[in-house]
Write a protein that binds this ligand. Structure first.
Ligand code: ATP
Length: 614
């Protein structure tokens, strides 16, 4: 079956597109004729043998069994990363010959079943037929994942100083200190705490408040440059310091002293600095908590349920919240990957919190929306997984077949960051869309959300694959956005969108530009040709010309085009051939927009925007 011969790949995607266009032309010349599915070459879709709920295997992005590689000799870690991150995408795979060769031994023993909690599709037969007819491609290979050894970079570049591409917060701070000849080392968190307070945020108890940051224009980070940059990032976590009791501050200082003297001293250029301490500071903690202490704030531990897993994180429902646990700083490889470092999490924390301010809780903001997942709290934890978490993990494993290592393998002193977020629903990959209206609303909500974040923060997501869009259903008929002071309500048809995973995102907080230098990860751009997700990374590379620090809102448009492809080719829902033509036309017109903001003017969205809540 298939068109792969002699081990060489054939770009079936191009064939598919050509067939689509041919079909489109045919349709235009024969308008009355019923259109057939747009796929020229049809392969049977594999169904998981053990699919106890009769869910097609590829509804999950954790199922590797059918995945085959176009590059069989190059089995690298991104295969694994991408499977769990949803970095799977449209690829026309006929090369079934390779699929057995490409499995990791560990995965062979695991059943390939949906990652997310299965939902009984309302019209499964139709979906199955869809996959048999339309989704005729196997996933060749998952797209490459950025190497996590690289960390966030900031947009401070000087010609006369060699700033390393991979810069930790620490290095950046030291470099900027040199650049700006600032007043001496930032030796401890105590020193940070001595910096002038900024209005609006709290410290100590619950980590994150909502009232601090505004938009860049209203910038509250108050960062000027150099040393101030790193220092004020931390300040941003300690806004309203005056409200902090001396007792609490003392606790932190004592804790900092202990930590820096005993636990994790870090020295560079003779200056003591520890990003772990900074992380603690950002989380408003004197010392790491126990995992269960965090969960207990949100639920009875007995009710904890695992809801998903990624390469780095294990996500558990805790009451109405989701706690994603990410191990940090340890030597133990987790799920085959080197653990993330504190400094990476520090930057990600700042980015997540900045996006929180789009929710407009701190009063009127000219750009607001609720589409970016809300980070309720961040906590640093230490210690083994508790019994309740192990139980939840094992239950999920039994049901879904985890691809992650068993958490009992963590050492006693393992540290983690826990992201407490709102529950966003199921990812687009596994969610069953009902009809074209839902698909339209999804595109509208994503487009306007990106437009809002572009306007507020020059935000580019840069990794908006179908694993990073969460969906749920709500009663609300409209969802509200505010963009440059103008209110927009979008018809939801009951569908509610949340965007997650800002690891690759670029943001201008008003004082800092946070971005990931993707040029450090060439494998990201080496995914299979014809794989829409891999193609999108490559297109981003063309658009940015590898200047990842720069503002290129066109990258958001590239992901919108990717989403249109997903909705046309990977998702099944009630739609007509006219609906499909509309989607294809939208995709073409998107070529003409250089930002999501510009794309909001597209007629496709016209009747989805209303001027008042419904
Ligand atoms: N806020 C949330 N609401 C509901 N489910 C969530 C939420 N956050 C994460 N999940 C679930 O957990 C999974 C893993 O989360 P996420 O992708 O953020 O982890 P990760 O380790 O950062 O992933 P990766 O690095 O592989 O992209 C998601 O695919 C989703 O199923």
């Amino acid at each position: 079956m298939g068109t792969r011969t002699g081990g060489s790949s054939i770009d079936l995607w191009s064939e598919l597109i050509a067939a689509e266009e041919e079909e489109e032309n045919r349709h235009q010349s024969q308008p009355q004729q019923q259109q057939e599915p747009q796929i020229a070459v049809v392969y049977g879709r594999k169904i998981a043998e053990n699919s106890h709920k009769n869910i097609p295997k590829r509804l999950s992005n954790s199922s590797n069994e059918n995945r085959v590689s176009l590059v069989p000799t190059k089995r690298v870690s991104w295969n694994r990363s991408l499977s769990t991150r949803g970095r799977t995408s449209i690829a026309v795979a006929a090369c079934v010959d390779y699929q057995h060769q490409q499995r990791k031994p560990k995965r062979k023993t695991k059943p390939a079943i949906p990652r997310a909690k299965p939902v009984q599709p309302p019209n499964y037969k139709k979906e199955q037929a869809y996959f048999q007819e339309v989704d005729s491609f196997e996933l060749l290979e998952e797209s490459p994942s950025p190497k996590k050894s690289g960390t966030w970079a900031m947009g401070i570049q000087r010609d006369d100083v060699a700033i390393p591409h991979v810069s930790t917060v620490l290095k950046k701070w030291l470099i900027s200190k040199k650049l700006h000849r600032s007043s001496g080392p930032l030796g401890s968190l105590s020193r940070i705490l001595e910096t002038p307070a900024l209005p609006g945020e709290f410290i100590c108890n619950d980590g994150i408040g909502y009232s601090g940051l505004k938009t860049p224009v209203e910038a509250s980070l108050q960062i000027h440059s150099g040393l101030q940059t790193a220092q004020n990032k931390l300040n941003s976590s300690f806004i309203k310091k005056d409200a902090v009791g001396d007792e609490c501050r003392e606790d932190i200082e004592v804790a900092v002293g202990k930590l820096s003297l005993t636990s994790r001293p870090d020295s560079l250029d003779g200056h003591q600095w520890d990003p772990f301490l900074a992380l603690l500071a950002v989380c408003g903690q004197p010392t790491p908590s126990m995992l269960l202490d965090v969960f207990s704030k949100y639920c009875d531990p007995e009710s904890i349920i695992k809801v998903g897993e990624g390469t780095y994180g294990e996500a558990f429902a805790a009451g109405k919240a989701v706690c994603k646990i990410v191990p940090i700083d340890g030597d133990l490889r987790v799920n085959g990957e080197v653990q993330k470092r504190s400094e990476e999490l520090l930057e990600e924390a700042i980015l997540s919190r900045t996006l929180n301010h789009l929710r407009g809780r701190d009063g009127h903001v000219s750009n607001s929306c609720t589409t970016f997942i809300e980070t309720i709290e961040l906590k640093v934890c230490q210690g083994p997984y508790d019994a309740a978490l192990i139980r939840a993990w094992e239950e999920w494993d039994t049901k879904h077949g985890s691809e992650n290592d068993h958490p009992k393998e963590f050492p006693q002193k393992q540290c983690y960051v826990v992201f407490v977020q709102e529950y966003g629903g199921q990812d687009l990959e596994s969610f069953v869309l009902l009809n074209f209206n839902e698909a339209r609303s999804l595109l509208a909500q994503v487009t306007v959300a990106l437009a809002v974040a572009e306007s507020a923060y020059e935000f580019e997501h840069r990794d908006l694959h179908w694993g990073n869009i969460l969906l749920s259903r709500k009663d609300s008929a409209t969802v509200q956005f505010s963009i440059e002071g103008r209110q927009i309500f979008i018809r939801t048809f009951g569908l509610w969108v949340s965007i997650i995973d800002f690891t690759l995102s670029r943001i201008n907080t008003g004082e800092d530009i946070l971005f990931l230098d993707l040029s450090l990860d060439p494998e990201l751009f080496e995914g299979p040709k014809g794989d829409k997700q891999s193609d999108t990374y490559r297109k981003m590379k063309e658009v940015t010309e590898e200047c990842w620090e720069g503002s290129f809102p066109k990258t958001n448009v590239l992901w919108l085009q990717y989403l249109v492809d997903i909705l046309l080719l990977k998702k099944s829902y009630d739609r007509t051939s006219k609906d499909e033509r509309e989607l294809r036309s939208l995709k073409k017109r998107l070529n003409g927009y250089n930002s999501a903001r510009a794309a909001t003017s597209d007629p496709f969205f016209g009747d989805l925007f209303v001027s008042h809540a419904m």
